[in-house]
Write a protein that binds this ligand. Structure first.
Ligand code: ATP
Ligand code: MG
Length: 607
């Protein structure tokens, strides 16, 4: 036994050390201090809160509120551990309506920074102040409410201080904490200053106005409103336009009973609702408020209270997914056709205009559009068309099944998306319909068509596979090799055969028939990665659409591929039949309608 292993006597830890250890859980950086203090101010009933930061909040963080204040004799308790005015029993905890309840925040902060608490109880003659570590409050001057000053965060705890980042980064985290609170309480006036400069001033306002002030006009412009209720559970808020989705998750705000949370169940529910209009690597922006009886949710899961546990998480998932899905679907009817000003005429989308169908593009799709001409131009097998676009050479188009394209010169008015005129810069198809000019983003449209085709094939049974004449071998990491083995069955349903060659290499032997000309290696890698992330069985079913969308993206016709007029027309016809073809899987629009009247206006032609 070495000296280091000599048993030592067991001792109770000193109070300060206990608080410092506890602080490790709640106080990570200035932003966590700010969050705790803002929550305290809100719990005290503040109508206005003023936040001043210096040096990213590390040097100094001051927050003043006009809430109910603290009695002189309670000041010492406020800084003591496990002292709270908010709950008194387990029953209280289960029905907690306040943001705080642990009675630990102030004590934790005081143990790792210089803290000064000044407060005037409503109705009291004057205020009292108490510094962290002091025993007795002293009289102080303060009009109303409470001021908490926190200076030199982690000044005495160098081990923690070195984890702090630059002033700019720490400030950015503080600003985010401020935004979350601002979103959750539009009825409170909030001001944020940094190094003497006011960064944001938000007056008490209506919820929607607050959301736009915090997330920006751009979000507001395309956002849809969510408002759903199921018994005692309600979901309200605003969700972003799929077309304005971002590359990161940074504009996703979910509040449960007024508390900002990060929750997988909720996150997933929103994602699932967006799945059909958003690609896997894009993220929708949203601000959603879920309200339910406190007994239905456990907030005492994590010291920072950003995690919750639902009693009925399955039900909550369903409810949120449906509510968000409904908001997205409803908006398909109302959403302006992209290129707003270009639209004139009776309907809002060419599909609806020409076919005289309801304007809800997303829904008309379930029943194919009633094309005059009896749909004679439709291919016998849907796959025939995709093969056409997945093929490498334009010549192949000519070998397409005879029924694949109806060259009968129908008047443009009979076809919602009209007849192709030309291809522009290898990216766009220009077509003429009765309303005027249609411009189609070739890749985006094709991707949507493929995606829907995959969905249909998989729904029916499995995706048709095409064995490769020469298997494509590639180096893979061990996880991918394991996934290929474990998920062989799922892969087969998707039209793949990928077998291990060694511990670190794989061979692609079959790919989905529609994707036979895609880069097999890149495709296999992507599909394996997603399978690994989503897991198998039920999880995979839930993520099916994300996976199919990834696959579709691989095969969709790329820019600069020359298309014949026949191919272009075929694409237009498929778009007319395809569900939700107005938007590609990434949420980008697939086509624009330019009305004749708009063109006339451009050229100042009086009509
Ligand atoms: N701004 C404030 N105005 C009025 N009272 C306050 C304010 N800040 C704190 N208090 C009082 O001090 C007590 C301790 O605050 P503290 O943040 O440490 O714990 P808590 O809010 O009760 O629980 P939690 O640790 O979960 O935040 C509160 O219960 C409250 O009574
Ligand atoms: Mg608190």
């Amino acid at each position: 036994m070495t000296a280091a292993h000599q048993p030592k006597a067991i001792r109770l830890l000193p109070d300060t050390l206990v608080s410092q250890i506890a602080a490790g859980e709640v106080v990570e950086r200035p932003a966590s201090v700010l969050k705790e203090l803002l929550e305290n101010a809100l719990d005290a009933g503040a109508a206005a809160i003023d936040v001043r930061l210096e040096g990213g909040g590390v040097k100094k963080l001051t927050i003043a509120d006009d809430g109910g204040g603290i009695a002189r004799d309670d000041l010492v308790l406020a800084l003591a551990r496990h002292a709270t005015s908010k709950i008194a029993s387990l029953a209280d905890l289960e029905n907690v309506a306040s943001l705080g309840f642990r009675g630990e925040a102030l004590a934790s902060i005081a143990s790792v920074a210089d803290l000064l608490l000044t407060s005037r109880l409503r109705g009291a003659d004057h205020a009292f102040a108490l510094a962290g570590g002091a025993r007795e409050p002293v009289p102080a001057a303060l009009g109303a409410g409470t001021v908490v000053e926190v200076a030199e965060l982690f000044g005495q705890v160098p081990a923690r201080r070195k984890f702090l980042r630059s002033e700019a980064t720490e400030f950015a985290h503080c600003a985010e904490a401020f935004r979350r609170i601002a979103l959750s309480r539009p009825d409170v006036t909030l001001t944020l200053s940094h190094n003497g400069r006011v960064v944001q001033h938000l007056r008490a306002e209506a919820p929607a106005a607050r959301i736009v002030h915090v997330l920006g006009e751009e979000f507001g412009a395309g956002a849809r409103t969510v408002d759903a209720q199921a018994g005692p559970i309600a979901l309200a808020g605003m969700i972003g336009d799929p077309a304005a989705a971002r590359a990161s998750r940074d504009a996703q705000y979910f509040f449960v009973n007024g508390r900002f949370v990060r929750d997988k169940v909720l996150q997933h529910a929103v994602r699932a609702a967006y799945a059909d209009v958003l690609h896997g690597d894009r993220h929708a922006a949203f601000v959603l408020f879920l309200n339910l009886p406190p007994a239905g949710v456990d907030v005492n899961v994590h010291p920072a209270k950003t995690e919750v546990r639902f009693r009925e998480s399955q039900g909550i998932h369903q409810f949120v997914m449906r509510a968000v899905g409904a908001a997205l679907a409803a908006s398909a009817a109302e959403a302006p056709v992209p290129g707003a000003t270009a639209v004139a005429g009776p309907g809002r989308g060419a599909v609806a205009v020409a076919a005289g169908a309801p304007t809800d593009v997303a829904r008309t799709a379930t029943a194919p559009l009633p094309l005059r001409g009896g749909g004679a131009g439709r291919p016998q097998s849907q796959s025939a068309y995709y093969a056409l676009f997945a093929s490498a050479g334009a010549e192949r188009a000519m070998e397409a099944p005879a029924g694949a394209y109806a060259p009968a010169p129908l008047p443009a008015g009979d076809l919602p998306l009209g007849h192709a005129l030309a291809q522009l810069h290898g990216i766009y198809i220009l077509a003429q319909n009765q309303a005027g000019l249609v411009v189609v983003d070739m890749h985006a449209a094709h991707e949507r068509i493929l995606y829907e085709a995959f969905k249909e094939e998989l729904g029916a049974r499995r995706i048709a596979a095409q064995p490769l004449l020469i298997p494509v071998a590639f180096n893979a990491d061990r996880l991918d090799v394991a996934t290929a083995t474990e998920q062989a069955e799922a892969l087969e349903r998707l039209g793949f055969e990928i077998s291990p060659l060694s511990e670190t290499s794989l061979a692609v032997r079959s790919v989905p028939a529609l994707l036979q000309d895609a880069d097999a290696k890149a495709l296999a890698r992507d599909v394996l990665r997603e399978l690994r992330e989503f897991g198998s069985g039920e999880a995979l079913t839930r993520h099916r659409d994300e996976l199919l969308s990834t696959m579709a993206c691989h095969a969709a016709v790329r820019a600069n591929r020359r298309l014949s007029l026949a191919e272009m027309d075929a694409l237009l016809r498929r778009m007319e039949e395809t569900e939700k073809s107005g938007q590609c899987n990434h949420g980008r629009p697939t086509w624009y309608q330019f009305g004749l009247a708009d063109l006339d206006r451009l050229f100042l032609r009086g009509r």
